[in-house]
Design a binder for this molecule. Structure first.
Ligand code: IYR
Length: 220
């Protein structure tokens, strides 16, 4: 099918506006932290949908959008996910993880207990599709699915934070149990379990720092 074109809707800001917008977004994102102690307060209607719609605007290989977001709010389903995740995590902490990995996690204070999987009001299980269906209903291979889903998750995490919600990128490994509990096909691979809500009152986070710009940027 030949390419069809449409005019680009692009707003060019003044230099002063650009500086302000860039600095404001940095300030917003610089305050994002992964949270492991959640309040059970519900999220107001509509917020999650807008944030998920932001995720759906991420660029993707051949614009195939090879992702699926399963939004979990049912207490029963959250409980099943918690039990399955904790079983995997116990294996991880007690035998699967090499000492080097445990040492690298030490400063985060994590362990096999994942009460936030029940306390938080929302879990979003993100799946990476290996097969996609095009506009004509034809099934084909997804290109760069991992990169694409990673980009969509980045958009989602930024949107949630910008909207005033806390999140945790949780990856119990392996996450195959999510296919079964959430009834997703084998062609979809669990990519990330995002825990979403508000921090609990008095929530504490590890005292970590982010690297300075000149340590991860080179100029040529
Ligand atoms: N999935 C385990 C271990 C873990 C691994 C990494 I990499 C982290 O950044 C944090 C934790 C857990 O959630 O406890």
């Amino acid at each position: 099918m030949a390419m069809e074109e449409t005019p680009l809707d692009f707003v060019r800001f003044s230099e002063a506006e650009m500086r302000q917008r860039a600095a404001e977004f940095l300030e917003t994102m610089a305050s994002r932290r992964s949270v492991r102690d959640f309040s059970s307060d519900a999220i107001p209607d509509g917020i999650l949908e807008d944030c998920l719609a932001v995720a759906g605007r991420a660029p993707s290989g051949a614009n195939q959008q090879p992702w699926h977001f399963a939004v979990v709010q049912s207490e029963e389903v959250k409980r099943r996910i918690r039990l399955a995740a904790e079983a995997e995590e116990r294996e991880f902490y007690e035998s699967r993880a090499p000492q080097e990995w445990l040492d690298a996690l030490d400063h985060l204070g994590t362990d096999a207990g994942k009460p936030f999987l029940e306390t938080a009001p929302v879990l979003i299980a993100v799946f990476q599709k290996s097969k996609v269906v095009d506009d004509q209903g034809r099934e084909g291979k997804a290109y760069y699915p991992k990169e694409s889903v990673g980009l969509a998750c980045g958009f989602l995490i930024a949107a949630l934070h910008h909207a005033g919600l806390a999140s945790l990128t949780h990856t119990p490994s392996p996450m195959k149990f999510l296919n079964e509990i959430l009834d997703r096909p084998a062609s979809e691979k669990p990519f990330l379990l995002l825990v979403v809500g508000y921090p609990a009152d008095g929530c504490q986070v590890p005292a970590i720092t982010k690297k300075e710009l000149d340590t991860f940027v080179s100029r040529h």
